[in-house]
Design a protein around this ligand. Structure first.
Ligand code: SF4
Ligand code: SF4
Length: 122
């Protein structure tokens, strides 16, 4: 089924999600990509997030001029993933189908504002 969204026209909203969970396999893949040990990659790229409802290893962020913060692997000027081939499983699956809710919202707002570059606050 053909995708009904175009990430090249989006500033990368999904990568700004505050909790992008990774598995041990994701960490191993990233470690290999950077020539690091899994332990070093885990420490450098992720941190442990624990509350009464969650117990997750998540990707670190850096500051962003569009969404306040975004995944540390996101190129903030080019608006793209810098580890595409080694990205975590959750990033490969997103948006779980051939539609992306944010893209529909973005498209609607851009048409409505008559501005193809418009970025609505999510
Ligand atoms: S929010 Fe949707 S359109 Fe934007 S980068 Fe993510 S998957 Fe692509
Ligand atoms: S690893 Fe890549 S695709 Fe996944 S959140 Fe970070 S920048 Fe986005």
């Amino acid at each position: 089924m053909k995708d009904r969204f175009d990430c090249s026209k989006c500033p990368g909203y999904c990568c700004s999600h505050p909790r992008i969970e990774v598995t041990e396999n994701d960490i191993k893949r990233l470690a290999k990509h950077f020539g690091l040990s899994a332990a070093a990659a885990k420490k450098k790229f992720t941190y442990h997030f624990k509350t009464k409802d969650a117990d997750e290893q998540i990707l670190r962020h850096h500051k962003d001029h569009v969404y306040a913060t975004i995944c540390r692997f996101f190129d903030r000027d080019e608006r793209r993933c810098t580890v595409y081939e080694a990205r975590p499983a959750v990033c490969r699956k997103y948006p779980y189908g051939n539609k992306c809710g944010y893209y529909d919202f973005l498209k609607f707002e851009r048409e409505h504002q008559d501005d193809p570059e418009f970025i609505p606050s999510a």
